[in-house]
Design a protein around this ligand. Structure first.
Ligand code: KIV
Length: 256
């Protein structure tokens, strides 16, 4: 696979079929995704739960994210690595936004960053793009607003809610993002936004009509030992497989 650029991701807008993207949080899984020619790898702040064992995406820090962004970048030779800005790494000021996004690019060697929000982060997206930092937007269900949303719920179900998400999508595009994640919104709304925008939409829990799809690596692998979200197809049960391997190894050692 060639080295994937921002333009390649933008060009998926015109592709005949949707493109597949996934999260990764370490060197080894990044190598696997790269070998499978997954064009975009997101080092999601879902790492907060999956890698660090916190309950939500809120606690994960810049330092914790930077460590794993570096590891993923080392494993991804061709895929575009997108680093997710953790909670409060961009909200306080434009200076904080540029400094932290810059760390992901300069030290983490990411090719782009992602941040949550629509109209309210327009200024942040504009400032980043002006400084040469490509941005992937993220609207609809934005997990960093877990408490404000009173939990993880489908967004945009009312006409006002849907209009707000359309406005957010337009704001993200106008600010200069190269793509936008649409998380957990109704499929007809995702279709409308996908048709309206010039930049590719990447859906998760938003139906099948987006330009691309994203899922959490551990959900599709069945690595977490719990039921994945409804929108994630679990292709295997690696948690049980790995548990059985560890048990067999333990038995072997105990019989030496
Ligand atoms: O953090 C994450 O994993 C995400 C995606 C699933 C969109 O933001």
């Amino acid at each position: 696979m060639k080295n994937i650029t921002i333009q390649d991701i933008k060009d998926f807008k015109k592709a005949a079929s949707p493109f597949a993207t996934l999260t990764a949080y370490d060197f080894n899984s990044a190598q696997i995704l790269d070998a499978a020619e997954i064009p975009l790898i997101l080092v999601g702040d879902s790492a907060s739960m999956i890698m660090y064992g916190y309950n939500t995406t809120l606690p994960v820090s810049m330092d914790e994210m930077l460590l794993i962004v570096k590891a993923v970048s080392r494993g991804a030779n061709h895929s575009l690595v997108v680093a997710d800005m953790p909670f409060l790494s961009y909200q306080p000021s434009l200076e904080t936004t540029i400094k932290n996004a810059g760390l992901f690019m300069k030290e983490g060697l990411a090719g782009a960053i992602k941040l949550e929000g629509g109209e309210r982060v327009m200024k942040n997206i504009t400032a980043l793009v002006e400084h040469g930092i490509p941005v992937l937007g993220h609207i609809g269900l934005t997990p960093q607003s877990f408490h404000q949303m009173s939990g993880y719920k489908i967004q945009g179900k009312t006409p006002e809610g849907a209009q707000k998400i359309i406005d957010d999508a337009m704001a993200v595009e106008d600010a200069g993002a190269f793509g936008v994640v649409l998380e957990c919104i109704p499929e007809p709304l995702a279709t409308q936004i996908t048709q309206k925008l010039q930049i590719p939409t990447i859906g998760i829990g938003s139906g099948n009509t987006c330009d691309g799809q994203i899922q959490v690596f551990h959900d599709i692998m069945g690595l977490m030992g719990n039921k994945p979200p409804k929108h994630a197809k679990q292709y295997d049960d690696l948690y049980t497989n790995m548990l059985n391997i560890v048990k067999r190894y333990k038995d072997d050692v105990e019989q030496l």
